[in-house]
Design a protein around this ligand. Structure first.
Ligand SMILES: [Zn+2]
Length: 284
């Protein structure tokens, strides 16, 4: 029986060998580490050729590693009229080249409130995102758009914001960053079995049971202030209660992928996988 979750890293593992190296090497190295998922971090800009994408796709097919893309950081669904075309292009470049590389999920940061409320910002954000998804579908690109749950209070991307986007647009589903949800609370809450169970119940209520069986998640240790996220740290050096989260995921019948964003990347990814086996009783 396969594990309900595939584990991996956001960005190439630190121990990625020099040859073949790069994204293609990273796909193979994830497999060699006994992991099953990789998220390529195209976080500054998308600078990849169609030829390279074809090679990444071949590596994905050969290994069975699940691939996702982290789109450039500087995307803002709430950007002003001048800036929006640039934001949109960054997202659509990730969508286009990610699809060519064999990725099924495109993760992106939805942007900022710009001093407004979520209620004021969401209609514009949803309109713009729907337009992006429409363009992808017209060119037969089926990738899932995954707005990430963000860790700071001024960022568009509270858990509920991402649910609103997903409810409004077919093909949009949240990327759940558990560490960001914990950090955004800012007071040490969102760290227990009961609290995670509530989040998963909300998710299922909004998006249905199949969505719970195809989660895309980020996870790391995290430091925070009352305003939310400060920085990512190694899981064991944080207050995050990993086993409580994993119990909630297991009890709710969740499946999908969990990607490590800890500074030690694959070391924590391997630890998550080991912990998951212990909590769930699953074997690979
Ligand atoms: Zn992110």
């Amino acid at each position: 029986m396969a594990l309900s979750f595939k584990f991996g890293t956001v960005g190439a593992p630190i121990s990625n060998p020099k040859k073949p190296g790069g994204s293609i090497g990273a796909v193979h190295h994830i497999k060699a580490l006994g992991l099953g998922a990789l998220e390529l971090g195209w976080v500054q800009s998308v600078r990849v050729s169609e030829e390279t994408c074809a090679l990444i796709k071949r590596a994905v097919k050969e290994t069975g590693v699940l691939l996702s893309i982290h789109a450039p950081y500087y995307i803002n669904l709430n950007a002003d009229l001048n800036e929006w075309p640039n934001s949109r292009k960054r997202l659509m470049d990730a969508v286009y080249y990610g699809n060519l590389a064999g990725a099924t999920e495109i993760i992106f940061h939805p942007g900022g409130y710009g001093g407004k409320t979520a209620k004021e910002v969401l209609p514009l954000a949803i309109n713009r995102l729907a337009d992006c998804v429409g363009e992808a579908r017209r060119s037969k690109n089926k990738v899932t758009f995954r707005p990430e749950t963000m860790g700071k209070s001024g960022q568009l991307g509270k858990f509920e914001d991402t649910l609103e986007m997903a409810k409004a647009i077919e093909g949009v589903v949240p990327c759940i960053d558990f560490s960001h949800i914990h950090a955004r609370a800012g007071d040490g809450t969102m760290n227990s079995y009961a609290e995670w169970t509530q989040i998963l119940e909300k998710y299922e209520k909004a998006l249905g049971k199949p969505a719970l069986e195809n989660l895309s998640c980020h996870l790391s240790g995290i430091e925070y202030s009352p305003k939310g996220e400060r920085n990512h740290v190694i899981m064991s050096e944080s207050d995050f209660k990993l086993e409580e989260l994993f119990k909630a995921l297991h009890e709710a019948g969740c499946k999908g992928r969990i990607l490590s964003e800890s500074p030690n990347l694959e070391e924590d990814a391997v630890m998550y996988q080991k912990t998951w086996k212990k909590i769930s009783g699953e074997k690979d």
